[in-house]
Ligand binder design. Structure first.
Ligand code: GLU
Length: 486
């Protein structure tokens, strides 16, 4: 089937959860298609039954849907070149391999396990890389027919050129040339008549009309073999875009096997899906300007694969936190409250604390929702704290000055009617006192904050925390602090 539009695919193997590298590949494939008004296809590559993990396909569907990477053709919605699940396409590959045999680009190989084993042992003993020795490359058609008639099991192998070089172009890595001598006559069709992964991948990409192949650079070394297959068939070679790996640090790749961040883990840790997607877009790709915050629609407009870097991308948690914070700030107060509530409830059981007020305070400062339980753990009760907490060089406070400050603040707060005990009223009352005493703001507010929280760092200042706690609780904490300091 001929298509005039750009067609990209995400071709995951359902072998576990989606780690950020997978999601990034999906995103870049989506963006490459959408930036050119093209078609984004989902193909499930489930032929490796040994690595198949139950439930992994659902994770792929859910993650793509949640992040808005909606596919135009795929297993569940069909399309003109289905089926879109590799295991359902098994019937067609052998015919394609036979076409190559006809063209002289592939051949039957009847070598049995024992022989291959022997060859390998000899090669290893002499320090050679193990590879097929070409024993069946030059069988005559009659010899082949004889063996087929005798029912000898066979595989079909790709007939690699034995000399010269093969060059292919990758959009990120440029021209890559390899010596043909290094290429093994890889198996295309196995003894059971099923294709190998590499062969199915190429035939599927061609028969699905894929114009741009976007995938991890672990496939870069297989690309020459893929390229030779396209050439042997006389098919158009797709644009190759191999993405650099996503690293945990300078020497370790992020990997599913090591349990490194998957999309689901990040969501469970309180990152917002749009922020994760935005951050992942920047993992190895640089937009033209300085801007870093993009919605998916904006990314479609901005994305250009030429901005993908060759060097590995390091997963930078601080940057993800920063971007997540920006997305938190952009939520409406109601949206944030709804998301923050379960996290607040993890450490707050108090019936009287004003969680709406607390939510407002948190939204201004929070970077990741999972920070919330620890940030608000003083709401139910003040932790046991050291009076040294009252010492602040910057605010010029000491335990002694704090005692004085709290004694001054207490009657002022007591005078506010309970129903008016809200941040603006508390603010005005305390600032009036500050003006009257002629002291620095911090001289009064620092002790109030410590007295009601017992913590060095809190999501808001003294005024806001008093409003969250309510009159009765705030005053009882301030009285307790006065006792503690006396
Ligand atoms: N199925 C492969 C994987 O999940 C992707 C191969 C490709 O994109 O060509 O790693």
């Amino acid at each position: 089937m001929k298509f005039d539009k750009v067609r990209t695919r995400f071709a995951p193997s359902p072998t576990g959860y989606m780690h950020v590298g997978n999601l990034r590949t999906a995103l870049y494939a989506y963006l490459t298609a959408k930036a050119q008004d093209g078609t984004f296809i989902l193909r499930i590559e489930d032929t490796d039954q040994e690595r198949y993990v139950e439930g992994a396909v659902d994770i792929i569907y859910n993650t793509l849907r949640e992040t808005g990477l909606n596919w135009d053709e795929g297993p569940d919605i069909g399309g003109p070149v289905g089926p879109y699940v590799q295991s359902e396409r098994m019937g067609m590959f052998k015919d394609y391999a036979l076409q190559l045999v006809e063209k002289g680009a592939a051949y039957y190989c009847f070598c049995d396990k024992e022989r291959l084993e022997e060859v390998r042992t000899i090669q290893q003993a002499s320090g050679m890389a193990p590879r097929y020795d070409g024993h069946c490359r030059n069988l005559t058609p009659e010899e082949v027919q004889e063996k087929l008639d005798a029912g000898i099991p066979y595989v079909i192998r790709q007939k690699m050129p034995q000399e010269g070089t093969v060059t292919f172009h990758d959009e990120i890595f440029g021209d890559i040339t390899v010596n043909c001598e290094e290429l093994d006559d890889q198996i295309l069709i196995k003894t059971d008549g099923m294709p190998t992964y590499n062969f199915a991948n190429v035939v599927d990409d061609h028969t699905m009309g894929i114009t741009h192949v976007i995938r991890g650079n672990e496939y870069l070394s297989s690309a020459p073999k893929y390229n030779l297959l396209y050439e042997a068939f006389g098919w158009d070679i797709p644009v190759y875009i191999h993405c650099p790996p996503v690293m945990k640090d300078a020497t370790h790749k992020l990997s599913k096997r090591n349990g490194d961040a998957s999309y689901e883990d990040l969501i469970a840790k309180g990152y917002l899906k749009d922020a994760v997607l935005n951050y992942i877009a920047l993992l190895g790709w640089s937009p033209k300007g300085d801007r870093e915050i993009f919605t998916l629609e904006e990314l479609v407009k901005e994305f250009d694969p030429s901005g993908i870097s060759k060097s590995p991308a390091i997963f930078d948690n601080q940057k993800l936190r920063y971007i997540n914070g920006e997305y938190i700030r952009a939520l409406s107060p109601d949206e944030f409250y709804e998301k923050a509530l379960p996290w607040m409830r993890q450490s707050i059981h108090s019936e009287t604390a004003d969680l709406r007020e607390l939510s407002t305070v948190l939204q201004a400062r929070c970077e990741v929702l999972s920070d919330i339980p620890e940030q608000v753990d003083f709401i139910d009760a003040v932790p046991d704290y050291d009076v040294q907490l009252y010492v602040s060089k910057k605010m010029k406070t000491t335990p002694e000055s704090s005692l004085e400050a709290l004694k001054a603040a207490l009657p002022v707060l007591e005078a506010i009617p309970a129903e008016n005990f809200k941040a603006p009223v508390i603010h005005d009352a305390l600032f009036e006192l500050i003006a009257k005493l002629g002291v620095k703001n911090g001289w009064l507010l620092w002790p109030v904050r410590v007295a009601v929280s017992g913590k060095q760092f809190t999501p808001g200042g003294g005024v806001e925390l008093c409003a969250v706690l309510g009159k009765e609780e705030s005053l009882s904490r301030i009285r307790a602090a006065i006792q503690k300091l006396s």
